[in-house]
Design a protein around this ligand. Structure first.
Ligand code: ACO
Length: 459
């Protein structure tokens, strides 16, 4: 950082800096001048890719003993925690791209495993690369028999996401070599194992909750078809998936594969930064995903549509949302301040699915909610639009899933994004163990009291 004293910039700031915009008659420079009115000092900070490096602020001190200036940003509202070349989002324009390719083109033209290859390795595969990749993933779809037994220990009513998280974490005990996260070959092996096994674990949680016997993977089928086979095969010798439904599920997987630094990806990177193995990292990321404000929202949307019950009750529900009594689940996004591009594609996929399954009556309620919300000032002012979770649950339900399974269906494809971001984090020379700072608001030093002298705090 270049540090400069500037007489001319001394305390003219009666209002906070952010409220004042002043034209300076100087040559444009790629720096930011900051005046510390406590010390009457001006600092010139370089921009780094249109951001400020928070560590540059540490040199701003009131005296040499001062710790230096930190930034305060609860919930990372305005902090970039990494550089990433994987996913690009423009939230104002409603744009989503994986490795530069628009999500709309990928959803229309690719299979999920092709997109997984793109996200992980940076380029779309050639035909030979894709065949090899499919083969490698297929080799890893089986679970160790002890893992199957581990799953058997859950109550039949256990939430599938709880079973998913625990079973993925348990894989860490099956593959202890996964701890060698600095070994590129071993990392590549665990990535293939995880992508191969998450559909198997997910299908087993589903079958377990129904009390059905487990179905072993069928390596003749595609990734998504095999998942359907493990979910729904009964006594028939060979499961034949409906191609329209298989394609719709594949598209849903593509749409959910990555979404840059969302809550669960941030957890993946944070846990991975301690060099924990990828199985426990993915379990931690899946735990973050399970919350109702993140991937758990798709389950909540269905509960909400059930609670509303019929189209005519939508206006009354919207009033409750505006009164702050409930949230409109599946609406709003930290980054998108426009229609979530994934929600548009999901609406299209829903039509394909309903051609086969018949229309889900919940769709009427959802469409009415969207129609009313999009013309209401409350939602317009706050730029609240449907997100990916608003319509996905309606498709999942039409496909025959119970709402508790919805977030598991999100976790399968997102495993690819988590792993790509994990690998990127490990190879980034600037990354270290993730460890934020805090502003301490507790007591100053005080002395321990014997128990008989302690007063009960006022209730
Ligand atoms: N319903 C009603 N009001 C909302 C909603 C909603 N779904 N979302 C945001 N708001 C309001 C807030 O009350 C707030 O209003 P205020 O300014 O009057 O206080 C304003 O919009 C800003 O909301 P924040 O909560 O500050 O926005 P934030 O970026 O922190 O939250 C989030 C984003 C968590 C997604 C939020 O919109 C939400 O809770 N949505 C519902 C849950 C959901 O659908 N989550 C899935 C997101 S997509 C995904 O993770 C895969």
């Amino acid at each position: 950082m270049h540090l400069a004293q500037a007489e001319s910039l001394r305390p003219r700031y009666e209002a906070p800096l952010h409220l004042r915009k002043k034209e300076l008659n100087a040559m444009p420079k790629e720096t930011l001048s900051l005046v510390d009115n406590r010390t009457q000092t001006c600092y010139e900070l370089p921009f780094f890719k249109d951001t400020l490096r928070a560590m540059d602020l540490r040199q701003i001190k009131t005296d040499p003993q001062d710790f230096g200036l930190m930034t305060y940003d609860p919930a990372f509202m305005n902090t970039a925690s990494c550089q990433s070349a994987i996913t690009f989002i423009d939230g104002d324009q409603g744009i989503l791209r994986y490795r530069g390719y628009p999500i709309e083109q990928l959803a229309e033209k690719c299979t999920f495993l092709e997109v997984a290859y793109l996200i992980l390795f940076g380029e779309l595969p050639t035909a030979a690369q894709l065949a090899g990749w499919k083969n490698e993933i297929t080799l890893h779809t089986m679970l160790h028999e002890t893992t199957k037994k581990f799953l058997e220990g859950f109550l039949y009513g256990a939430h599938p996401m709880g079973m998913f998280i625990s079973t993925v974490a348990a894989l860490s005990t099956v593959y202890p070599e996964a701890r060698k996260v600095n070994d590129a070959e071993l990392r590549a092996l665990q990535i293939r194992r995880l992508i191969g096994k998450v559909p198997t674990i997910s299908a087993y949680t589903y079958r377990h909750s129904l009390g059905y016997p487990y179905v072993y993977p069928d390596n003749d089928l595609s990734y998504t078809e095999n998942f359907m086979n493990m979910l729904w095969k009964m006594a028939e010798p060979k499961y034949r998936p409906n191609p329209v439904l298989a394609r719709a599920l594949d598209i849903l997987f593509i749409l959910h594969a990555d979404h840059e630094q969302n809550c669960s990806t941030n957890v993946m990177r944070a846990v991975g930064s301690s060099l924990a193995d990828p199985f426990v990292c993915v379990a931690a990321a899946a735990a973050a995903l399970s919350g109702p404000l993140h991937g758990g929202a798709n389950e909540e949307v269905l509960k909400m549509l059930d609670e509303i019950g019929s189209k005519d009750k939508v206006p009354a529900y919207v009033e409750r949302v505006k009164a702050g009594q409930v949230r409109l689940m599946g609406f709003g996004h930290r980054v998108y301040k426009n229609y979530d591009p994934r929600a548009k594609i999901i609406k299209w996929a829903a039509d394909q699915v309903f051609e086969v399954t018949g229309r889900n009556p919940k769709l009427e309620i959802a469409l009415e909610l969207e129609r009313i919300a999009l013309q209401d000032d409350y939602f317009i002012k706050r730029k609240l639009y449907p997100n990916v979770d608003f319509y996905s649950g309606i498709i999942y339900q039409a496909l025959g899933f119970k709402p508790e399974m919805f977030t598991v269906l999100f976790a399968i494809p997102r495993t690819v994004g988590w792993l790509a971001q994990w690998e990127e984090m490990l190879l980034d020379p600037e990354q270290k163990i993730a460890r934020p700072r805090q502003i301490y608001t507790g007591y100053e030093l005080r002395d321990w009291l014997p128990i008989e002298k302690r007063a009960a705090p006022a209730a």
